[in-house]
Write a protein that binds this ligand. Sequence first.
Ligand code: N01
Length: 539
Amino acid sequence: MSTPSSEPAKFDAIIVGAGVGGLYAIYRLRKLGLKVRAFEAAGGVGGTWYWNRYPGCRCDVESMEYSYSFSDELQQEWHWPERYGTQPEILRYVNHVADRFDLRRDIEFNTRVREAVLDRNTNTWTVTTDKGSVATARFCIMATGNLSTPRRPNYPGLDSFKGKWYHTGLWPHDGVDFTGLRVGVIGTGSSGVQSIPIIARQAKHLHVFQRTANFSLPARNVPMPPDKERAHKAEYPERRRAAYDTPFGIAGYPAPVKSALDASEAERQRAYEAKWAEGGSISFLYSYTDLLLRQEANETASEFVRRKIRATVKDPKTAELLCPDSHPIGTKRLILDTDYYETYNRDNVTLVDIRSKPIEEITPAGLRTADAEYALDAIVFATGFDAMTGAMKEIDIRTDKGATIEEKWADGPRTYLGIMMAGFPNLFMVTGPQSPGVKSQMILSCEQHVDWIADCLQHLRDKGLHRIEPEKAAEDAWVQHTNEVADGTLYPLANSWYTGANIPGKPRVFMPYVGGVTAYKKKCDEVAARGYEGFMLAV
Ligand code: N01
């Protein structure tokens, strides 16, 4: 890599991020014979699984599915010890992949990309890092992740806090021992819900500060049954293919055939009970065809879970506070937990409602809400991320014609297929906004995008072309289509990170594509088959 005073290092493609998507991009582009360089802010590979080391962190997609499909030897040889992978196990797997395919030699770790600037005359991206080093490439691939920009609320007084504070998305590598401490967890999304039961077992007392109650289902994690693993591996290639023919990119769940409103109350209860006992979110949301489409149908499932909460949590006031009433079930990321609601039956756990009595400040001794003071030795911010657009917007992405990402996405993201943006040629995104990424099995979506990008680069090379850029009309149509699809569902009703509602001042736009993996992949394949329809290709 060059220093500021020397000539920029030259590559064919620069990849930003060495998470699941970035690693596969290195592998795939290298196979095309391209000279690639990846920059990674972390000290190691793994992206989200590198940073999110909070207690209880575990994937909510089953481990036999949540893994790469590109190498049959890899998927046959790797053994997942549990139904759902833990963070350490997934990180071990990603490291294994990096070693097995010798990917590290093309990655510069502990290096954050600050700026990416296009020269349209030469079709060259110049990337500058926080080390001041500079590299150039014809193509730039943003594998920057959807949940990689942690955010905590801007409460006054944090600097004065005498205890220690943490963010779940930036957890210390050597862990945290909460034994004997008075701990406050702020936030009850997936990260809070997964960590709260474990922190409660260590802490002297745990206060959970909840602004919005969320729906959570039991994960029912178990050691991997050997017969299940054998059966899955025997059919791996077919199952991987079948996954693309499902809405969420996950095979093995029979598609629903009936509206919830066409079932009797007793039939619905039986169906929901069976799914509750089975564990997992896809299975539950697949109970009926219209749980994410019609509020009345959704309410039958929402109320089923509320009844479970009331039956589990002994203190009725706490139970009521934990019952979500602000959004239909599934319209925020449906959480999977182990003993979450049960944790509120412990004597050392107190739920605090900060919707009616917000946190006003952090004090030297803890925090103060509108009506009380809480003495704390440690505060855990489980407050989420500037999702989907945050990581890209932290980089100063611009062209010599004056286009900037800041301006381009001022009113929300605009992309064609979630892969490229008009005005920013040769800049690709892996699972960008307006693609199904976060609403699918992420590794499958990363592979799909990287394969599409690699095929596109091959096509350009075969035709002697050097530039690709979406037509503005194609982008406008895709943005409109994405919005229309979302508006036909219940998703926009929730104040979620899908809509940017969790970040003050962020434009409220529903960002993922929820038309399903099948329809999306078909569209991407058709676009490519028609000579990259909707894109301008040039020498
Ligand atoms: O973040 P979140 P997360 N004052 O945004 C609260 C993936 N993930 O890190 O809802 C007070 O969901 C906020 O309250 P509200 C998964 O896709 C996956 O938990 O905005 N509270 C909410 O309760 C997930 O969806 C896994 O009212 C504030 C919480 O903090 C995504 O990452 C595990 C606040 C944030 O919840 C993000 O999950 C973990 C404020 N100012 C994460 N600001 C698995 O695979 C925010 N909150 C299982």
